[in-house]
Design a binder for this molecule. Structure first.
Ligand SMILES: [Zn+2]
Ligand SMILES: [Zn+2]
Length: 125
């Protein structure tokens, strides 16, 4: 006895056929969705709306681990400080500056820019 996921895994050609039928506007009783497996990345056809993996027992756990690892890598990746240009490892995912001093400097410059623009204007008149 195989479950529906396993059946779909074994019958991709059949599902693809129905997917393409629907694309061409032909009548089919199956609503087939096309997606990329989050685990192995290959194209998979399914009638299950919430499906993310070609076969959970095959890619589910593996895919989840891979995604976690990828996310952690993205978080750990060095960024370039917008003030001093040095690469740094952000502690927060939205960090833009390597340190508080740089963040404050950037803030002060953005304030001074508008302020000095006003000053120039005043001096000219
Ligand atoms: Zn897969
Ligand atoms: Zn910096």
């Amino acid at each position: 006895m195989i479950n529906h996921s396993e059946w779909e895994y074994e019958n991709q050609d059949y599902l693809k056929e129905h997917y393409e039928k629907r694309l061409m506007g032909k009548d089919t009783h199956l609503f087939v969705r096309k997606f990329h497996c989050k685990g192995c990345g290959r194209v998979f056809y399914t009638t299950i709306g919430t499906k993310k993996y070609c076969l959970y027992s095959l890619c589910g756990n593996h895919g989840y681990q891979k995604e976690l690892k990828w996310r952690r890598e993205q978080e750990r990746k060095d960024r370039i400080c917008q003030t001093c240009g040095n690469p740094f490892t952000p502690k927060r995912s939205d960090a833009k500056f390597c340190c508080n001093a740089c963040r404050q400097k950037a803030y002060r410059e953005s304030v001074t820019d508008t302020a000095s623009g006003h000053a120039d204007h005043l001096q000219q008149s």
